[in-house]
Design a protein around this ligand. Structure first.
Ligand SMILES: [Zn+2]
Length: 480
């Protein structure tokens, strides 16, 4: 009998299904898992890893990212792989690098991914080719953003698209799905997307559905009208016959704190009739562009970057305003274009959302920010270490399911998200007693603790003492 390539001995194996972990041995051959057995069944091989006292889980799937450009520019992907992430879903909130180019600075929120030099991909095939050429350390599943489609096909994005423009967007959908995209996203909250009505969204979404795509949405409103937005989301997805993911679900603004008691039953009820899921990050602050409509004295606001005042990254908006002797809105105007972190959520809501059976974990990290929200570096170890181990909000196997088996199913990531014979060997070996986030709002660029080794497609890609040692990620999802 042939010996396997690598055997992990005595690991506490979390299989990704949400089942309780069992101690056993796991063998890899090439890029796949070859066997999962009780101790002593698998024959010795040359590369034996003593995993006693450690947990072995499927590599984490970051269900919500804006990593479209960073996977090309900094393909080691240290902020993510150092957390045990092996797959990132890019193209969220209507924002994607393909299929659009710009001759001047892109409008917000497209500028979250960079300036016009970042946008070099007039079609998805060109983006997929760039990924292949670079080979990032993590796998990439790609959504196509509605703002990108609108900016690629419309002169005046302050209007609803004409039937001819919708048809052009649909042709982009055909092209993207043919080259391995996973689906569609909207950011109806954003100026580049908000003029699209339900009809425009569902017509484009239906075209993605025809190719087996999925739909993720940053809803029109996460404040007072959050229930209306949920109803719009479910109607639109049902009309398009497409599975839907509500992005970074929250009830924002102090007036809406506690309202996840209304929103979650609404979403979970809808999920009984139509495939509905949500993603959530484990923090009570959000982050996006600095926007006049989000500037308020009701909650603290921190600057994450500013083009005219880069020195203000990391500072509180109120302290900047005090220093400049002006009000918050005037300070925000002077900082613009800029990014900000808004402490606009209630911790109990965050926990309630994370605990929902339809909730997946997504970092929503913004990798180009100077002083990013700590979710970029800390999301996954925080859910496991803080919320599961320390607070016992749910079991560790449930936490892991929300970042492995569940998103693999929702995004159609074939043979991923599970530790089972035949699956791709995307794996994370971690210390279940030590895993925890270290990134904070004051010091956000900190790797997490407790992640020992990360494998991507069978390759050892990250080791605690050596950092990123290989890159073997690929385009996943869709027809891949
Ligand atoms: Zn968003």
């Amino acid at each position: 009998m042939n010996a396997f390539g690598i055997v992990f001995r005595g690991a506490l194996v979390f299989d990704g299904s949400g089942a309780a972990p069992v101690t056993g041995d796991v063998a890899l051959e090439g890029e796949r898992i070859a066997a999962v057995e009780a101790a002593g069944v698998i024959a010795p091989c040359a590369n034996e890893i003593d995993a006693r006292g450690l947990a072995l889980a499927p590599g984490f799937i970051d269900a919500h990212t804006h990593d479209d450009r960073i996977v090309l520019d900094k393909p080691a992907m240290l902020p993510k792989i150092s957390q045990g992430v092996t797959t990132v879903v890019v193209g969220n909130c209507g924002i994607s690098l393909a299929p659009v180019t710009f001759s001047a600075d892109p409008p917000a929120p497209m500028n979250l991914l960079g300036g016009c030099e970042a946008y070099q991909f007039p079609n998805f095939a060109a983006y997929a080719e760039a990924l292949r050429r670079v080979t990032p350390a993590v796998n990439v599943a790609a959504l196509i953003g509605h703002s990108a489609l609108r900016l690629a096909t419309m002169m005046d994005i302050s209007r609803k698209a004409s039937p001819a423009q919708v048809e052009q967007m649909c042709r982009h959908a055909d092209e993207a799905m043919a080259h391995g995209a996973t689906g569609f996203s909207t950011g109806l909250f954003y100026p580049t997307n908000m003029a699209a009505d339900e009809d425009e969204v569902s017509t484009v979404a239906a075209r993605f559905a025809r190719h087996g795509g999925i739909y993720a949405t940053h809803m029109r409103n996460e404040f007072d009208k959050v229930l209306d937005s949920i109803d719009e989301t479910v109607r639109t997805a049902a009309a398009a016959a497409i599975p839907v993911v509500v992005s970074h679900h929250k009830c924002a603004g102090p007036a809406n704190w506690g309202r996840t008691r209304e929103t979650l039953p609404r979403l979970e009820d809808a999920a009984r009739r139509h495939p509905v899921n949500l993603d959530v990050y484990p923090y009570a602050a959000g982050s996006t562009n600095l926007r006049a409509d989000l500037v308020s004295g009701d909650y603290p606001i921190r600057i994450s970057w500013s083009k005219p005042h880069p020195e203000m990254a990391g500072r509180e908006l109120s302290s900047i305003a005090a220093e400049w002797n002006c009000d918050l809105h005037e300070a925000a105007r002077r900082l613009d274009p800029a990014g900000a972190i808004y402490f606009q959520m209630d911790e109990d809501d965050v926990r309630r959302v994370m605990g929902s059976p339809i909730a997946m974990i997504g970092s929503d990290g913004l990798p180009h920010d100077v002083h990013p929200h700590p979710r970029l570096w800390g999301t996954f170890p925080r859910v496991i270490g803080h919320y599961a181990r320390e607070l016992r909000l749910f079991s560790m196997e449930t936490a892991i399911h929300k970042m492995t088996g569940l998103p693999a199913r929702v995004f159609g990531l074939k043979d991923r998200g599970h530790v089972t014979a035949g699956a791709f060997a995307d794996l994370v070996l971690f210390d279940p007693r030590a895993i925890i986030d270290r990134a904070t709002y004051d010091s956000p660029l900190q790797p997490s603790a407790g992640i020992e080794r990360v494998y991507v497609n069978g390759q050892l890609s990250f080791a605690r003492d050596r950092g990123v040692v290989a890159r073997s990620g690929r385009l996943v999802g869709g027809k891949n």
